[in-house]
Design a protein around this ligand. Structure first.
Ligand SMILES: NC(=O)c1ccc[n+]([C@@H]2O[C@H](COP(=O)([O-])OP(=O)(O)OC[C@H]3O[C@@H](n4cnc5c(N)ncnc54)[C@H](OP(=O)(O)O)[C@@H]3O)[C@@H](O)[C@H]2O)c1
Length: 269
């Protein structure tokens, strides 16, 4: 029987590329989506369905898992990919916006895991793949809200690995570096504050400038596939992020901070 993967946030970017990669390799794919505008692109695919799933709405998570089981009979791999970035100075971040950032990137991922776990335990195993970021291991200016969520995903996933191993359930963390998707242009929202305008402009300019030179998401999709199928106990995979993580680990902290500040903020006060 073909294996089945359920992916959150499969309407664009890494989620869509991952859905297509698994499909090409003969898997059944539940490419769950909040936006319905892309569903038509999948209508010819016999081994794919596109259930509606908004990670901030628990009832849609249960319904999407139910639909996937009805259609394919099992779920072997869950890829928690849905997410966005709330950027901007912490002083300008409202409680509502911070809450929504956590509802999506952390609590939505937790609800999805909690809903799928009884299924995986009953099946006798499976794999949970959480898409974090290099931004879950290190931090850049004006990104505190997003980093807080991705650092949370890192800690949660590492802990979860211990408690699920005995059930034959593997946990994997994907930590991509910068990838060209809708993330910077559409998947990022900015909080503002009048006293941080120059800094915000500088970081916006920096991200817009690098966006075009970033690699396509297919490389991350391949890594997610590898994590799903490699049978190893490896926890972390960092497609396009390894060099950054290595530099962060080996450079003295002062030098690292100098390089990041210079690169992203320049000489502004
Ligand atoms: N691109 C990068 O440089 C990068 C680097 C490191 C980590 N990541 C992580 O990779 C993941 C995917 O991002 P991406 O780069 O592929 O960006 P993207 O193209 O903007 O895709 C994000 C996906 O998440 C979905 N999403 C957002 N909120 C959702 C919700 N409440 N419920 C369900 N789906 C929701 C979006 O759906 P809609 O179409 O409905 O908005 C979209 O399908 C994110 O977790 C991101 O943090 C990205």
């Amino acid at each position: 029987m073909n294996k089945t993967v359920l992916i959150t946030g499969a309407s664009s970017g890494i989620g869509e590329a991952t859905a297509r990669y698994f499909l090409q390799r003969g898997w059944n794919v539940s490419a769950t989506m909040r936006s319905r505008s892309k569903v038509g692109d999948w209508s010819q695919e016999k081994r794919a369905i596109c259930p509606y799933l908004d990670v901030t709405k628990p009832e849609t998570i249960s319904a999407a898992i139910h639909e996937t089981l009805e259609h394919f009979g099992q779920i072997d791999v869950l890829v928690n990919n849905a997410g966005y970035a709330l950027m901007g100075p912490l002083e300008g971040v409202t409680a509502d916006r911070l809450e929504h950032q956590f509802q999506t990137n952390v609590f939505g991922l937790v609800s999805t895991i909690q809903t799928v776990l009884p299924v995986l335990r009953q099946q006798g195993g499976g794999t949970i793949i959480n898409v974090a970021s290099i931004g879950g291991r290190l931090a850049f200016p004006l990104t505190s809200s997003y980093h807080a969520t991705k650092w949370a995903v890192e800690g949660l996933s590492e802990s979860l690995r211990y408690e699920l191993r005995r059930f034959g359930i593997r946990v994997k963390i994907i930590e991509p570096g910068g990838v060209k998707t809708n993330f910077i242009n559409h998947g990022t929202t900015w909080a503002t504050h009048p006293d941080y305008t120059k800094m915000v402009d500088k970081v916006k300019q920096f991200s817009e400038k690098i966006n075009d030179s970033l690699p396509a998401p297919q490389g991350v999709a391949k890594t997610i596939y590898r994590a799903a199928t490699d049978k190893s106990g490896r926890l972390r995979y960092s497609p396009y992020g390894e060099a950054f993580l290595l530099l962060h680990a080996i450079l003295p902290d002062k030098l690292w901070r100098y390089l990041i500040e210079n690169m992203m903020l320049g000489k502004i006060k």
